[in-house]
Design a protein around this ligand. Structure first.
Ligand SMILES: C[S@@+](CC[C@H](N)C(=O)[O-])C[C@H]1O[C@@H](n2cnc3c(N)ncnc32)[C@H](O)[C@@H]1O
Length: 288
């Protein structure tokens, strides 16, 4: 796989937005890295599956270094993202953390990843046709006593005021609805896609894990926010309109085009009232 996942997303093309999201999520995810590494023993082996641009990998590496070291395996199917994750981790890992980089596909039957004490997989399992099988694969990477933690679901990020002075009020809600339709079509379009008609905690139990629990990480960047926040919001609205545009009506498509156009007086990138507010859900379980 060169960068397109099974849902035909060009992940390499998403690098800029992934990096921005990594920067904005870091404050909320640092305590998650701390909490998860608190569940495993000393000098653990940790695998970040679908590590993307390496946002969480960096936080895991920092926390490993703080705790006396260990091994961190970066695993992704997109070469360009893996290189970026390696670069980001190299800046923080220090000598006590051994970093291993693996290019591969989670669905590969010959998947070869070292045994792990902690497997982290954020936003990747839902891109695999058989999500339950993917969770079994991930659980199969664990040593006895090891923990699998996934970040899936949660509360969709909000970033826009209700009224924007262009188009109809409530655009963001309609963007989310369009995005849900896109998601449904994306899932249906993955070869070998099968339904998983139950929630993530149950799926972890079905994968053979015990002590399953879920918790949230709040992403909260209030207005007026930084230039990075504004840039991210512009990218995010543009990406929603691009990927889910066919589920928007003509007025909403025109509004999103205006809002993301730097030449427009309505350009989101110059507003002082955009924000980012939402929550990531983390689900984890242990192999006994
Ligand atoms: C939504 S991004 C998530 C990146 C990062 N984990 C995060 O939470 O920001 C999905 C990542 O999973 C990778 N990916 C998608 N399908 C994969 C597969 N079948 N095997 C391995 N990696 C995959 C993509 O290359 C991309 O880096």
């Amino acid at each position: 796989m060169s960068g397109h996942s099974h849902g035909d997303i060009d992940w390499a093309d998403r690098l800029t937005q992934l990096r921005m999201a990594d920067a904005l999520d870091a404050e909320a995810l640092a305590p998650v890295a701390r909490r998860l590494l608190g569940l495993v023993g000393e000098r653990p082996a940790v695998v970040d599956v679908g590590c993307g641009a390496g946002g969480m990998s960096v936080l895991l590496a920092r926390e490993l270094a703080r705790r006396g070291g260990g091994t961190l395996v970066l695993f992704d199917a997109t070469p360009k993202l893996l290189v970026e994750a390696e670069r980001a981790v190299a800046e923080v890992a220090g000598e006590s953390v051994e970093v291993v980089s693996l290019l591969g596909d989670l669905t590969d039957p010959a998947l070869a990843v070292p045994a792990a004490d902690l497997v982290w997989a954020s936003g990747v399992v839902h891109h695999v046709g058989d999500q339950q099988a993917a969770l079994r694969t991930l659980a199969g990477l664990l040593r006895p006593g090891g923990v699998l933690a996934i970040s899936e679901g949660g509360l969709e990020m909000r970033c826009l005021p209700w009224e924007l002075g262009v188009g109809r009020p409530g655009l963001e809600q309609r963007l989310h609805a369009a995005r849900a339709s896109w998601f449904e079509a994306m899932r249906a379009g993955i070869p070998g896609s099968v339904a998983m008609p139950y929630g993530w905690p149950r799926a972890l139990r079905e994968a053979g894990l015990q002590d399953v629990e879920s918790f949230g990480a709040l992403i909260d960047h209030p207005m007026p926010g930084s230039d990075l926040l504004r840039e991210y919001v512009v990218q995010r609205v543009g990406w929603f309109a691009e990927s889910a545009g066919e589920w928007l009506d003509a007025d909403d498509r025109a509004a999103t085009a205006t809002l993301t156009d730097p030449q427009s007086p309505h350009f989101l990138g110059r507003r002082d009232d955009v924000y980012l507010f939402g929550a990531k859900a983390i689900h984890c379980g242990r192999l006994r």
